[in-house]
Design a protein around this ligand. Structure first.
Ligand code: SF4
Length: 218
């Protein structure tokens, strides 16, 4: 795979997981009331950001009414709000919000991707679906040659990163750093509403991870 553009074209047309392909089409067709007038993207999502970056951020999967609607990961939902705000604060993003694909958001020294590219029901991909999608992470790794630090948002992202860099997973937790010869892996709880609204992930804990990511990826 020579370029990110050709990889992204492959991702967006992928139909390897029948359950997820059907689900994202169905969500796009049977919209929730608050987005009833919007045209949903309803396809697998590629990653986005700076292909020369040293920081790679790995999420779980697009959200059904977030990325699956807007056509860009972490865009148009509360997880995207948290991510854009903290990335802006630490100099990784040009604007502090992520609402629409054409909002002008430019990432600096960071690339955002996910373990799974199609929104899964209840945000729970199966093991087989995670395995199916792993090839796209591998291709991204080949293209993003400058990555020194991976920030994993949640355990599924962490497991995928360990597999990607062929290291043994340790016990997952928030703001843990694992250093290897080939890579530095930093972990965070996912900024899902379930975590941010319950206080499992506070703003200060979230910001501290990005402060560390900034130091590690300079
Ligand atoms: S989850 Fe990944 S492998 Fe499965 S259909 Fe979507 S893009 Fe393809």
């Amino acid at each position: 795979m020579k370029s990110i553009e050709s990889l992204n074209k492959k991702i967006v047309t992928c139909k390897k997981c029948p359950r997820l392909s059907a689900y994202i089409r169905d969500v796009a067709k049977n919209k929730v009331r608050r987005f009833k007038d919007e045209k949903y993207f309803g396809k697998p999502l590629s990653g986005f950001g700076d292909v020369n970056s040293r920081l790679l951020i790995v999420g779980l999967a697009p959200a059904a009414h977030g990325g699956n609607r807007t056509g860009r990961m972490f865009t148009g939902d509360s997880s995207g709000d948290w991510l854009a705000k903290v990335m802006y604060k630490h100099g990784f993003a040009s604007i502090p919000t992520s609402q629409k694909k054409d909002d002008g958001l430019v990432l600096k020294n960071a690339y955002i991707t996910a373990a799974v590219r199609c929104a899964p029901p209840q945000n729970k991909p199966t093991r087989e679906e995670i395995e199916n999608c792993f090839v796209f992470l591998e291709k991204e790794k080949e293209i993003l040659k400058n990555v020194t630090t991976v920030l994993c948002l949640g355990k599924i992202a962490y497991d995928a990163a360990c597999k990607l860099f062929r290291v043994k997973p340790e016990k997952f937790g928030h703001n843990k750093l694992f250093k290897y010869d080939s890579i530095q892996i930093l972990t965070s709880y996912h900024p899902s509403k379930q975590n941010t609204q319950t206080g499992r992930l506070t703003w200060n804990q979230w910001s501290a991870v990005f402060a560390k990511a900034k130091r590690l990826s300079q």
